[in-house]
Ligand binder design. Structure first.
Ligand SMILES: Cc1cc2nc3c(=O)[nH]c(=O)nc-3n(C[C@H](O)[C@H](O)[C@H](O)COP(=O)(O)O)c2cc1C
Ligand code: SF4
Length: 404
């Protein structure tokens, strides 16, 4: 077992690094999982299986772009389209045989609220040689219509019941994957823990409608019929960079409420910085789907390289030392310091005279910025320290200083 700089133990399982592929198209068969394992991923959560394979609509993906750059994706894909037997007899043994020995394999399972289904699936999948099971009680589309997925994950009693049922069928660690489509994730996380969860995974996708083709008044993504006529759509699961603020919020809320349960964080992780953010709010393994779908398995090389460099530079000896680092700085609004005397200061060396700050401060700030000759000046008497100029500045030229 290699014990490199990024090694971490999660729910009793040693990982060579904290990065896993999440349960999604990048893990839909053995071949691709083996390829990812050889490129350096620490583990993979296999595409969710249930008793019957899925038949999916086509097409089933829609994206959100901002100035050409992909920022979010919506999917109406369901579960594995391959029969359980293929996973059990061929694919999982093949992954275990061909992936590096320390590559962690997690089977994702889903069933109805009836406990028997969970017990049987857990028992069956744990005989395949996987290292852990993840319970998918969080898929927001399709599944809830069948009283599965988020239908279970939105109800603490059902979450506790199915977690207990799965535990009955296995001695392997169980991760429960939670849905962000709830008002408060903490009672659900607590229910999973009461049911015996060894770890929590968060977040699954956010229920959404990604957009409308205004020429044809048709929502994306288009699910075509056989004649490619009259495409229809439905509410799907939103993921990618645009959901990262939600993922960070949910992971931090779970970590603060349940400090002793390991969390596998996901939702919009694209690069090493996003990984550090998730670690700092309490995740100790990290899962990635969308960034791999857009940029390929190879992103793992950059992510691990730069995370290692960051740790060296900051003096972190283990990944564990980063976990939860930002949590003490997340407090309630009421406890925040108010009315500190800070004002904006624009660094003339960085300012590119884009003037975004002048427009923003004039119409939504406190009319504190003006041009003087070819310099932008802040009037400290008028400035309220709201921070609007800093967020709109394209040159990152605004700093905050104590008001004299
Ligand atoms: C096309 C697609 C299919 C997915 N299928 C599953 C699935 O079968 N089981 C599951 O637990 N999550 C599934 N997910 C959710 C992802 O595993 C992950 O929770 C979510 O996309 C957030 O991570 P990301 O922002 O890195 O994509 C799917 C996501 C996408 C985009
Ligand atoms: S901090 Fe707010 S009020 Fe002060 S200059 Fe910037 S936008 Fe204007």
């Amino acid at each position: 077992m290699s014990k490199g700089p990024l090694a971490i133990e999660f729910a009793g399982i040693p990982f060579s690094n904290p990065f896993m592929l999440s349960s999604a198209p990048p893990t839909l068969d053995a071949k691709r999982v083996i390829r990812a394992a050889k490129l350096g991923w620490g583990g993979a959560v296999l595409k969710t299986v249930t008793e019957e394979p899925t038949v999916d609509p086509r097409t089933r993906l829609g994206v959100l772009r901002e100035q050409g750059k992909l920022i979010g994706m919506n999917n109406i894909e369901l579960l594995s389209r391959h029969p359980l037997k293929v996973w059990i007899d061929s694919w999982i043994p093949e992954i275990k045989a061909k992936a590096p020995e320390d590559f962690v394999v997690v089977a994702s399972i889903m069933s109805s609220p009836e406990p028997e289904g969970w017990t049987t699936l857990a028992e069956t999948m744990s005989q395949t040689g996987v290292n852990a099971l993840e319970l998918n009680v969080s898929c927001p589309h399709g599944s809830p219509e069948k009283h599965m997925g988020a239908f279970i994950g939105q109800n603490p009693d059902l979450v506790e019941q199915v977690t207990k049922a799965a535990k009955k069928g296995t001695d392997l660690p169980i991760f429960v994957k939670l849905t962000p489509n709830v008002t408060d994730i903490v009672p659900i996380a607590k229910a999973a823990k009461r049911g015996g969860a060894n770890a929590l995974s968060a977040i699954n996708t956010v229920e959404s409608l990604i957009g409308i083709d205004i020429e044809t008044a048709t929502p994306y993504p288009f699910a075509y019929d056989a004649e490619l006529a009259n495409p229809q759509s439905t509410y799907g699961g939103f993921c990618g960079p645009a959901v990262r603020p939600l993922g960070l919020r949910f992971v931090s809320q779970i970590a603060k409420a349940l400090p002793n349960i390991p969390i596998s964080g996901m939702g919009g992780i694209e690069n090493w910085r996003n990984a550090v953010e998730y670690l700092m709010v309490g995740a100790s393994t990290l899962q990635v789907c969308t960034a791999v779908m857009w940029y390929g398995f190879r992103i793992i090389r950059d992510i691990t390289k730069h995370l290692t460099e960051f740790m060296k530079e900051k003096g972190y000896k283990t990944v564990e030392e980063i976990v939860g680092k930002a949590l003490p700085k997340i407090t309630t609004w009421t406890a925040l310091p108010k009315l500190p005397p800070v004002v904006a200061w624009i660094d003339p060396k960085k300012c590119e005279l884009g003037k975004e700050c002048i427009v923003a401060c004039a119409d939504a700030g406190y009319q504190a910025i003006r041009m003087e000759g070819n310099r932008i000046i802040v009037d400290p008497e008028k400035c309220d320290g709201c921070g609007l100029c800093a967020v709109v500045c394209g040159a990152n030229a605004v700093e905050f200083v104590k008001k004299e």
